[in-house]
Design a protein around this ligand. Sequence first.
Ligand code: CTP
Length: 401
Amino acid sequence: MFIVVGVTGGIAAYKSVQLVRLLVQAGHDVHVVPTPDSLRFIGLTTWEAISRNPVTTSVHDDVAQVRHVALGQSADLVIVAPATANTLAAMAAGLASDLLGTTLLATTAPVVVAPAMHTEMWRHPATTANVATLRERGVVVVGPADGPLTGGDSGPGRLSEPEDIVAAALAAVSGGPLDGLHVAVSTGGTREPLDPVRFLGNRSSGRQGAEVALDAARRGATVTLVAASVDAGVLDGVAAHPRVTIVNVETAAQLGEAMGTAAASADVVVMVAAVADYRAASVSESKLRKEDGPLDSIALVPNDDILAGLAAARRPGQTVVGFAAETADDDLLERARRKRERKGADLLVVNEVGWDTGFGAGGNTIAVIGADGAVVAEATGSKAVVARAVWDAITAVRGIR
Ligand code: CTP
């Protein structure tokens, strides 16, 4: 592919060197268009060496080739990374004050921007409005990620990782086998409040659900990821994917409502979240204190079984998938079979958990139980490997190649 990479004047420009490298290594013909300001961070020589193509920055260079429009016309894909607040504003306004501006106006190729700036600038209403304008025009916005920023502060504004930008950019130009499918995935562990500062929770990291969502998006699906409590950074990769929308929730009731809404238009529903089976019968409005007297017990009431509810309300053609975390014993598969039937899911992915395995750990061992109770897939490996096996099983059930 002929890919134009616009680089604008932010310190994160150094990360785009790796972005260009990845694209070149993947065999693409990459043309870097730095803004004049960005050359204070990374110089022309670096871009020419890494991209293996001549690099210019002014509309007055290479005029005989009408370079200021030729690049945009030739492009199959334009990536702007990092995209500063200033560049997003210029793009929204359609300004053509430099070679990147003219290239962006001259192109009909998909445009992917990866913003990077301080959190205050990202959250400013002007930037929010500019990003909304660009999205409306079909521009794909990747990130920004949440994390440490150059000033020592932390928050949303970090440039997404080069690998994530590449994946999102390539997804923007090519569909996949799940193109046109809407998928709803839940992840993380619910938190059931006891009082304003305490909750009943579990050790789910949210990693497996994030991988399930990401794999679906990579296969071309549009994904709604309903995320309860997850470990720090777990959603960064999946949040950067343009086909993924994240809905944050806390309690089982909120998760049930968000999944119900998403499932109304979903073709596939995957419940990976560790949902609390019980919540406190009453939630104290003020903090529970020792001086109020000893607390001998907490009265609990059962939460609705969300998976069973979604399966019972299944739309024609919809596939409902559950996950079951089971501690290892001889009866593991048999219990999983009964659980699939009881909940009415089309597929149940059973994974072995213990004090050291399953939750939060890097790897997983799973079996997928199908409608007749047979094991239709098995996998051992990273959570990404498991996610792929789960989607292979789902696509097989749905007859998708
Ligand atoms: N689940 C759900 N709603 C609940 C509890 C669980 O939707 N209130 C879903 C989970 O997201 C998962 C599946 O049900 O997809 C299996 O969860 P698990 O906790 O193993 O099932 P339980 O019904 O709680 O069975 P157990 O008695 O073994 O805990």
